[in-house]
Design a protein around this ligand. Structure first.
Ligand SMILES: [Ca+2]
Ligand SMILES: [Ca+2]
Ligand SMILES: [Ca+2]
Length: 267
């Protein structure tokens, strides 16, 4: 009952569209145009980011296997929570043409993983998989076994930059993906079972900074050249029940006061 109410409130809550941001060239881990911003966690809040794209349709699923994946095949998004809250994260496909005339395909089956923590931010150098420090971290964490990159879709991972600054640690919170995938080692956990180019998952989160890595789930798409696929992402935040109850009580008091003023005006 309560969950249905909250879901409906999220559905009916206002959606603010993020400003359109020019597509960036393939780069190391950064959040340009992909910052959902700061949520108070005290009111219903929702933000949509469109006009983003990922190269290739295999980035997320390639990070679920034994040799990990290349973070360049995913896109990183960030958000901040001022208070604990329930957070709903959704990604869908989006076909469009960029301002420079590049055609982005729809049709990707998106998968995403949520981590607490942020990559190194400017003025520090950007994190990337083949930085010597990142390779050393991978060798340490894999016990010397071969890895394709640093990205791990289903657990914590570490990476750094050319200055070898203390490692960025992405602490795994959870993940979800569109459809159901089995590339030979059993069905990968977290699929929504319906391959309709859309995936959504809710998480109860504590205050802090979060990174979402988003990529495709087509395990057969690992040989270049790759197409570019448009993405649309939504983060919706629902206050904790006690905070929301306080908010409703507050609104009720405002309403009572307004009614009293109105009654006095008519008496
Ligand atoms: Ca691979
Ligand atoms: Ca892999
Ligand atoms: Ca789906």
């Amino acid at each position: 009952m309560k969950k249905t109410l909250i879901k409906n409130l999220v559905m009916y809550s206002a959606v603010i569209f993020a400003s359109m941001t020019a597509l960036q060239a393939m780069a190391h881990i950064g959040y340009g145009g992909r910052d959902f911003g700061s949520f108070t966690g005290a009111t219903l809040e929702s933000l949509t980011i469109s006009n983003q794209a990922v190269t290739g349709s295999h980035g997320w699923i390639d990070g679920t296997d034994a040799d990990w994946g290349d973070s360049h095949r995913l896109r990183a998004y960030r958000f901040h929570l001022d208070n604990d809250a329930d957070v709903s994260i959704s990604f869908g496909d989006l076909a469009y043409t960029t301002s420079t005339g590049t055609s982005l395909l729809g049709g990707i089956n998106p998968g995403f993983s949520l981590y607490s923590g942020l990559a190194h931010l400017a003025p520090l150098g950007a994190d990337y998989d083949s930085a010597p420090g990142s390779v050393a971290l991978r060798d340490a964490d894999s016990g010397g076994a071969f890895t394709e990159g640093s990205f791990r879709a289903l657990t914590d991972w570490r990476i750094t930059n050319d200055n070898n600054d203390p490692a960025t640690v992405f602490t795994y919170v959870g993940s979800a993906y569109d459809g159901s995938v089995d590339y030979g080692s059993g069905v990968i956990a977290g699929g929504d079972g319906i391959a309709d180019n859309f995936v959504s998952q809710s998480f109860h989160l504590t205050a802090g900074d979060y990174t979402i890595f988003v990529g495709g789930t087509d395990y057969s798409d690992q040989v270049a050249p790759w197409d570019s696929y448009g993405l649309e992402g939504v983060v919706s935040v629902v206050p904790e029940p006690e905070i929301y109850a306080m908010l409703l009580v507050g609104l009720g008091l405002v309403s009572v006061c307004a009614n009293r003023r109105q009654n006095y005006a008519y008496s």
